[in-house]
Design a protein around this ligand. Structure first.
Ligand SMILES: Nc1ncnc2c1ncn2[C@@H]1O[C@H](COP(=O)(O)OP(=O)(O)O)[C@@H](O)[C@H]1O
Ligand SMILES: [Mg+2]
Length: 511
């Protein structure tokens, strides 16, 4: 690795009302290096990077790019310096084509070149980096993995040499993140450099040369990745206390059946293959049924048929023995089902409402928070502060708009509300996706506590260790079908992996 410094941030401090987001942070990035930036949700990672691309200005401190002191006032300024960022939330326009998205916002063009020329250049770049995308397709028809390729191409098209990737793999399948790894390696071999924000510690080891950890806005460690002997070292730095992942779980003591699916099928609008194909299972009191599988194999539709968001074509759904087939979401909420949806931003939270309002949304009509239909404001405030404390939600206060919280804290807000209002059935879809280690530990422990209290829980996850430590039973989904349901205790990683890849039971020895 060459030791040329390409980016240097010196003594950077950034305040938001009520929050010190970055405090006296020093960061160095060398040519050809991947720097992994780590830290719990709300540690200040995105803020620090947003200052490199001109979305925020530091209150104190200086930035140097290629040895020169610079003031970055806008994304155009940063692009002119060769810096480009892929944000946590993609910033593509769905009803424009790939090519249109790639040239969107290019200010320095005197005239826009003909689309055929642009398409050609995109095809050339995508060949060079093995980033398969068709420039003429509409972005809204692309998978998340493909959209990310467009974001990368956008940066390459603009000639970025310093790439910032904010949690690029949080939404990718394992296969897609392997491809991303390959693309990154190729870019680095050409002398580009990258800052990579992630929560997945295995990735840190694979992707980076150096790692830097932020905690509560401050840098608490910079180390060569090769010096790390145990993953727990990184986790401990991030959280500031030892993380055990040692979950407290009572004995498995299933009671009566709460949820039953009988031969449920959903036809697909796009494929001849069914979205859900003859699904049957039960979930009992005090039981967690895990759903394993590569994302996109029917997990989301499965959670949606149970919560009434998607209609089924065949079969039936019973709750406590009563027929709930194709009932409305409201009827299903009334039957006592809580839902932690996969898409937190759109379905889980009202961004313009305060954290406190979001927390009490499902409870304010109940006697706990109102009397004769009049809301008791002081009780609501008390209730919200109790949940903020219990679920360790990092927010300046309960009156802050929910949209200002970091992704992980939005997730904790939803979780706190749903778990608190849970009447015994919980459908949790990727509840720990994109969260940091500390938050993951608390999400898992909270779900288990709910099961120990007798709830029936469906947990959709891609993390095998999560499924195996949290669940009592694991069902593996592939192409809309359930390949097998097994006891979590006896489920080997190898077997789950085979089933996830669609390898049938019959082709294996009896296990
Ligand atoms: N635009 C903003 N206005 C107010 N507070 C913000 C804003 N952006 C971030 N914050 C706060 O700054 C802190 C750091 O956030 P962020 O940089 O997003 O963390 P991370 O990316 O490490 O999860 C958090 O407490 C967050 O709520
Ligand atoms: Mg962030």
């Amino acid at each position: 690795m060459e030791q040329t410094l390409v980016v240097e941030m010196k003594n950077i401090t950034k305040r938001f009302p009520g929050v010190l987001a970055n405090e006296n942070v020093n960061l160095q990035l060398h040519k050809g290096e991947v720097l992994a930036l780590l830290g719990e949700n709300g540690a200040g990672k995105s803020t620090l990077m947003n200052m490199l691309v001109g979305l925020y200005r530091p209150d104190e401190g200086q930035i140097f790019v290629n040895g020169k002191h610079v003031v970055i006032n806008s994304p155009q300024d940063s692009m002119a310096l060769g810096i480009g960022m892929i944000h946590q939330e993609f910033m593509l326009v769905g009803n424009l084509s790939v090519a249109e998205n790639i040239i969107l916002g290019l200010k320095d063009l005197p005239t826009v070149p003909p689309i055929s020329e642009i398409n050609e250049k995109i095809i050339e770049l995508s060949k060079k980096y093995e980033l398969k995308v068709d420039p003429t397709r509409l972005v809204e028809t692309l998978t998340v993995g493909e959209q990310q390729r467009v974001e990368i191409l956008k940066l390459l098209y603009r000639g970025a040499d310093i790439l910032i990737l904010d949690e690029p793999t949080a939404v990718l399948t394992p296969k897609e993140s392997k491809e991303l790894n390959k693309i990154l390696k190729k870019m680095l071999s050409e002398g580009k450099s990258a800052i990579f924000i992630t929560h997945k510690m295995i990735e840190v080891l694979e992707f980076s040369e150096t790692l830097m950890v932020l905690r509560k806005g401050k840098c608490v460690g910079i180390k060569p990745t090769s010096s790390i002997e145990k993953l727990s070292e990184i986790a401990n730095l991030m959280v500031g206390r030892p993380v055990l992942f040692d979950l407290k779980k009572g004995p498995y003591n299933p009671g009566k059946v709460r949820v039953e699916l009988k031969n449920v099928s959903v036809n697909s609008k796009a494929h001849s293959r069914k979205t859900l194909d003859n699904i049957s299972f039960t979930i009992r009191e005090g039981e967690i049924l895990g759903i394993a599988g590569v994302a996109g194999n029917g997990q989301q539709p499965l959670s949606e048929v149970i919560t009434g968001l998607l209609k089924i074509n065949e079969g039936s759904i019973l709750i406590d023995g009563q027929d709930f087939t194709n009932k409305t979401p409201l009827q299903i909420i009334k039957a006592g089902i809580s839902h932690i949806p996969a898409d937190r931003g759109r379905m889980g939270i009202v961004g313009d409402m305060s954290v406190g309002e979001n927390l009490s949304m499902k409870k304010y009509r109940t006697e706990e928070l109102s009397h004769h239909s009049v809301i008791n404001k002081s009780k609501v405030r008390e209730f919200a502060s109790r949940l903020i404390e219990k679920f360790v939600i990092k927010t300046p206060n309960q009156f802050t708009s929910a949209k200002f919280l970091s992704g992980g804290n939005i997730q904790k807000t939803i979780l706190a509300r749903e778990i608190n209002s849970c009447k015994g059935i919980l459908i949790a879809v990727y509840p720990s996706r994109g969260l940091d280690v500390g938050a993951i530990e608390s999400v898992r422990q909270n779900i288990i506590a709910q099961r120990d209290k007798g709830s029936a829980i469906l947990l959709v996850s891609e993390e095998l260790d999560e499924l195996r430590t949290v669940c009592d039973k694991i069902a593996v989904m592939f192409e809309g079908r359930i390949m097998d349901i097994m006891d979590a205790e006896n489920a080997s990683t190898e077997r789950i992996g085979l089933l996830m890849a669609g390898v049938e039971r019959s082709t294996e020895c009896n296990s």
